[in-house]
Ligand binder design. Sequence first.
Ligand code: PXP
Length: 241
Amino acid sequence: MKRIRLGVNIDHVATVRNARGELYPSPLRAAILAQKNGADSITIHLREDRRHINELDLKKIINKLKIPLNLEIAATKEMLRIASRSKPPFICIVPEKRKEITTEGGLNLNYNRNFLRIFIKKLKKNKSRISLFIEPSLKDLEKAKILDADCVEIHTGKFCNLVNKKKNYKNELKKIHRVVQIGNKLGLEVHAGHGLTYTSAKILSKIKGIQEFNIGHFLVGESIFEGMPSTIKKFKRILKL
Ligand code: PXP
């Protein structure tokens, strides 16, 4: 069994930077600090509207980083061009809606499947590891396999909301558990991400077979209070990494 990895998403360092339209705080500095403190990969989401990370961030980070960069992109021609040029080692394909505050759900794998198949094939030629962000659904898992993805990342948003609101999350946890089991059987690497906190990450860490956790908003938020090094270390302790 491969070692579980922690991916640190630094999008919201760029959100704070962009609030002033200047250069501080630097996402590159955050990426290097996360790397120094045990992050296994750095995730950035280059959105169509460039609301946080921009192409210059991508260029700087990919040039300086020693751990893998995980680039989140929507399946668009523009992103195909950018990803083909920068050739990040990891790519996660995510849905994007203009007005959403964050990535609200997994990909709709019934829509434009042919384009997605070609998109994945082209990116794999650069040896990028391709992950699809999906809902904890067996149907989507099977479609991801047919599309020749290397990994799926389960959207944990609904589960995390239930945990945060102290509501019954058992059904959602069961769904995630099942997708992890079947995903592993299908030979897919299974990741988890979205909305994770110390509490929800701890619950999910009990599921065997999740190989990567990608955590952003809460981790950057806690870094304000506790500092990024101790926040990353605490997540690593919780995930037993
Ligand atoms: N994984 C994916 C695919 C995402 O799109 C996001 C949000 O950008 C995350 C993980 C991280 O979510 P959060 O910022 O809520 O921790």
